[in-house]
Ligand binder design. Structure first.
Ligand code: PLP
Length: 402
């Protein structure tokens, strides 16, 4: 009989959901509780304030929804925009595509800037489109900060400068699902009006808690929608209901209690390490992964270093090699979960997620497993080459800034 048990720990290196620290798992093991009790706000009130720190915000308002990142996309769009409103969005990967698709299905008029997959949002093109929009018909600019499908990070600070240079009042919506809590994110400095996160990546929790940080300008835009006949339908994701309850520490409906306790512990982990150290650690692990890829003689999907993501590396399989086989073999033979290629890059890339709770040796396990799977699939890679390159880099670059 074939063995069904895979001994040892599964190595989870998809770029989300990510590994959950043991202390966060323990923190989520709680008995149910009365979420209308007098005690409840002592859990929730500090959470709203502390969560803002990972968004780089003091001015923003946090809303926590029982949802994944996709729900929070919807929350941003439906609270602030009306049917037929123009929005500007760059498409350069599966997640920017899906967000655009949602905006179109909600009845928005999306001006799509098509960018080559492996690159990201182009601030100069955004500025040009906004300058041309003399009547300010474009109500929002939508950008995916870290395109998880291709391992590409866009420069949100430069997008903000482009909007300001054009003197345009459009709102700025940023999908930070695979960046917030792992890459530097400055919601206030970049004047991000809706910053969107999910619990299952940099926040090191299970999926199920959607987080949005909303600027005062976006809150005002949402208030301006009320009473309009052409406003987008919103009920569950309406900020108005949250605004009535959250300041006193309550929610308009039953909150996912274990996730709230988990969030409290995950934030404690991030703050104990120090956010600057967290960002530095991701930068080091990202570069170590890229050193391994170069040593294998392979290329990343990111077209040049300016686009490199420090939370996920998408690696192009050599011509004639099916990346899906590399992924399947890594899972079945070595108990290693690598990220699949999505849509346009399905079968062409495999991804190593390096986001969340991981260190040098956990990353080296993934690199070793990927390397073995490449070799087993006939790719001409020198055994140990990726591990050697990554480990040399890691020895020279401590994960902590000290
Ligand atoms: N945006 C990005 C950049 C993502 O990586 C993902 C999921 O991986 C999503 C949005 C969708 O989030 P969710 O799967 O939590 O709905």
């Amino acid at each position: 009989m074939a063995a069904t048990r895979r001994p040892g720990r599964n190595h989870l290196f998809v770029p989300g959901p990510t590994n959950i620290p043991d202390r966060v798992m323990r923190a989520m093991q709680v008995q149910s509780e009365d979420h209308r009790s007098v005690d409840f706000p002592s859990l929730t009130k500090p959470l709203f304030e502390d969560t803002k720190k990972v968004f780089g915000s003091t001015d923003g308002t946090i809303f926590l929804f029982p949802a994944s990142g996709t729900g929070i996309w919807e929350s941003a769009l439906t609270n602030t925009l009306a049917r037929g409103d123009k929005v500007l969005a760059a498409r350069f990967g599966q997640f920017s595509h899906l967000w655009i698709d949602m905006a179109q299905r909600l009845g928005l008029d999306v001006i799509v800037q098509e960018e080559e997959w492996g690159t990201g949002a182009k601030p100069e093109k955004i500025e040009e489109a906004l300058r041309a929009d003399k009547n300010h018909e474009i109500k929002a600019v939508m950008v995916v900060h870290n395109e998880t499908a291709t391992g590409v990070t866009s420069n949100i600070g430069a997008v903000r400068k482009a909007i300001d240079a054009a003197g345009h009042p459009a709102l700025l919506f940023v999908d930070g699902v695979s960046s917030i809590g792992s890459l530097p994110f400055k919601a206030d400095e970049w004047k991000v009006d809706c910053a969107i996160a999910g619990s299952q990546k940099g926040l090191m929790l299970p999926a199920g808690l959607g987080v949005i940080c909303v600027s005062p300008k976006a809150l005002k835009a949402a208030e301006g929608q009320s009473g309009r006949n052409d406003r987008l339908a919103r009920v569950y994701f309406d900020w108005e209901d949250q605004k009535k309850q959250n300041p006193t520490g309550y929610f308009p409906y039953t909150p996912p209690l274990p996730l709230l306790y988990g969030l409290r512990e995950a934030l404690a982990c991030l703050f104990e390490e120090g956010l600057e150290n967290v960002y530095h650690r991701h930068a080091v692990l990202g570069e170590a992964t890229r050193q391994a890829v170069a040593a294998w003689g392979l290329k990343t999907c990111a077209k040049s270093s300016e686009w490199n993501s420090d939370t996920v590396t998408a690696i192009l399989a050599p011509e004639g090699v099916d990346a899906a086989k590399i992924i399947k073999h890594a899972y079945v033979r070595y108990n290693l979960a690598l990220g699949a290629g999505l849509s346009q890059v399905a079968g062409k890339v495999f991804r190593i997620g390096h986001v969340g709770d991981l260190n040098e040796l956990s990353l080296l396990g993934a690199i070793a497993g990927a390397e073995m799977s490449l070799i087993d699939n006939g790719v001409n890679v020198t055994p140990g080459s990726g591990v050697a390159a990554a480990s040399s880099y890691l020895r020279e670059h401590p994960l902590s800034k000290g």
